[in-house]
Design a protein around this ligand. Structure first.
Ligand code: SAM
Length: 271
């Protein structure tokens, strides 16, 4: 048995906890038959030690608190992380935002990403929005004629509606043949208190449930679904830590098991 403590100790420190960690990771002694001078097993044991430390001694730092850093998506501090992904998605679909465009709630994305517009409408659920040109429930809007729009932008809204399938059916009906519905929904998110207190915050979707929902009205072959997010971005988003505090690679790393935003581009079949 040959102690390799110097290398291990350099990483774990000197106290009794350091010795326990080094022993559990096999750093405190060479394994049977191992050349104590060889670096390869030492490296793999160091890597095991780092993993052990990550799992058993996570550094929570200032996040060790039961209240979020900012309870309202970080809106008062900068750009909420979900908006970064929503805007990445719409940027990638600029070409579809043209002609007669309908946006739910306001026209911020029509103005930012649209081109060659022939009309710009805003649908709001309740009276009182200065931008609204249509007051309607998107899951039941017979007053809106069929085939009216070349593009419908419905960001962060579908999950507020109990009967999402009916909303998809109405979106399909009022969309012109060849037109696009650009829709985003949260996969991982806190409750939106503002929306909960007005029309209700009901659902979170995954890429699978979004695909199944869209397939009730649109051809699956004409529907594309992308997801955005990763574990770190999700933790930061839940904490209300904003886009400006993260590095580009931390935002852009994609892990499909952490779907912070689910985004859909569905095209109505041309007649
Ligand atoms: C958080 S905003 C989302 C839209 C906004 N453009 C955005 O990207 O944040 C919530 C919107 O959901 C709309 N909404 C809620 N329930 C609705 C319904 N049943 N039909 C139509 N709009 C609805 C409200 O009018 C409101 O404008």
């Amino acid at each position: 048995m040959v102690a390799v403590r110097p290398a291990g100790a350099a990483l774990v420190g000197e106290g009794p906890r350091a010795i326990v960690v080094a022993q559990r990771c096999g750093l405190a002694q060479a394994r049977d038959g191992e050349n104590p001078m060889s670096l390869t097993p030492l490296r793999s044991r160091l890597s095991a030690m780092r993993q052990y430390l990550r799992v058993n001694f996570p550094r929570f730092g200032s996040l060790r608190r039961i209240y979020p850093v900012n309870p309202a998506f970080g809106l008062s501090d900068g750009t909420p992380i979900d908006r970064y992904y929503i805007e990445c998605f719409l940027e990638s679909r600029r070409g579809a935002i043209r002609g007669r465009v309908l946006e739910i709630g306001d026209r911020r994305y029509t103005e930012r990403f649209g081109s060659d517009l022939t009309s710009s409408d805003v649908l709001h659920f309740v009276e009182g929005s200065p931008e609204a040109t249509i007051i309607a429930d998107i899951s039941d809007c017979p007053q809106v004629p069929a085939n009216s729009f070349d593009c419908i932008i419905i960001t962060q809204t579908l999950h507020y509606i109990y009967d999402m399938e009916r909303a998809i059916s109405e979106l399909h009906r009022i969309l012109a043949p060849g037109g696009h519905v650009l829709c985003t929904v949260p996969g991982i998110s806190q409750i939106s208190r503002y929306d909960m207190d007005r029309w209700g915050d009901r659902w979170r979707l995954t890429s699978l449930s979004a695909a199944e929902l869209l397939a009730t009205a649109f051809e699956p072959a004409e529907t594309s679904i992308v997801t955005y997010g990763n574990v770190f971005a999700s933790i930061c988003f839940l904490e209300g830590i904003v886009t400006e505090r993260l590095r580009a690679r931390e935002l852009d790393h994609h892990d499909d098991d952490y779907q912070l935003i689910v985004a859909v581009d569905a095209v109505k079949a041309p007649v």
